[in-house]
Design a binder for this molecule. Structure first.
Ligand code: F3S
Length: 278
């Protein structure tokens, strides 16, 4: 069985940066992250072995440094942590921070902010906290069409959305206002991974997507490959692979989300080789 790995797969620069910042801080004192630093349980488990705790909220902090994760947080978190006597390390990806800035400015300038994203995802929750009390989260064009008319609307999106979805929501919002400002806040790393996943999906019989089940961008890759009509399996670790998925398959593709480390991608490729040989 031939194994084809997507050209762009695995860690993006924002995730690498967050890990470097946290490991550097952990070398000189106790560090705890508010929620998982990145959406990959295996990496978070390794960090815990290195002494970096994951806590649910500030009340669980035990002194030292608290880290704002790569997908960001509300505007008030750093202030509350500092008020509690904690040092704050902001590992928010610069591209997420840029989306937060756009959302905040739109709100200040009197636009009702619409956020295209998965409601409940920490990045979207953080974005909404920057976007003022009138902000609303929509998942798709249908939800955008259900919004009431507004004098001025501003649109930003979760960095892991697809351009097709952003286009569809922008077009729906044009029917809801006379003035619409749109910021394309999809990150380049996400777009590259989505395109590479699609390129691979079009040439293979089966695709394995590697990454956290809690990772929005990994789930999006699974969706893209499934929508391309190819059999797709999402795994977090090599031991989840089932040899039956690959019987009578000639070419298998591998792709991975932006929070998936190289060692997990390598492990999956190695396991696929063994399955192919058997
Ligand atoms: Fe940042 Fe994009 Fe990665 S927003 S964390 S570079 S997926």
């Amino acid at each position: 069985m031939e194994i084809i790995v997507a050209r762009h797969a695995g860690f993006c620069f924002g995730v690498k940066r967050a890990l470097d910042l946290v490991r550097e801080a952990a070398a000189s004192g106790p560090v705890q992250t508010i929620g998982p630093l990145i959406h990959n349980p295996q990496v978070v488990a390794r960090l815990e072995q290195e002494g970096v705790r994951t806590i649910a909220d500030l009340s669980q902090a035990q002194g030292g440094t608290v880290v704002i994760p790569s997908h960001g947080a509300g505007a008030d978190l750093a202030e509350r942590a500092e008020a509690a006597g904690l040092a704050v390390l902001d590992a928010t990806c610069p591209l997420v921070a840029e989306a937060q800035t756009h959302a905040g400015r739109l709100a200040q300038e009197g636009y009702r902010v619409v956020i295209l994203g998965d409601p409940g995802h920490p990045e979207v929750v953080g974005l909404a906290r920057h976007a003022g009390p009138q902000a609303v989260v929509v998942e798709d064009a249908g939800a955008a069409l259900a919004l009431p008319r507004a004098e001025r609307l501003g649109l930003v999106c979760q960095t892991t959305q697809t351009l097709d979805r952003l286009r569809a929501v922008a077009s729906a919002l044009l029917e809801k206002t006379a003035e619409l400002r749109v910021f394309n806040t999809i990150c380049g790393a996400t777009a590259q991974r989505q395109q590479s996943a699609l390129d691979v999906a079009r040439t293979v019989d089966v695709v394995v997507v590697v990454g956290g089940r809690n990772s929005a961008n990994t789930n999006r890759l699974t969706q893209i490959c499934t929508d391309a009509g190819v059999e797709t399996h999402h795994v977090e670790t090599p031991d989840e692979l089932d040899a039956a998925w690959f019987s009578a398959k000639r070419r298998a593709g591998v792709t991975a989300g932006a929070s998936t480390p190289q060692w997990l991608i390598d492990g999956v490729v190695e396991a696929l080789r063994r399955i192919g040989e058997a």
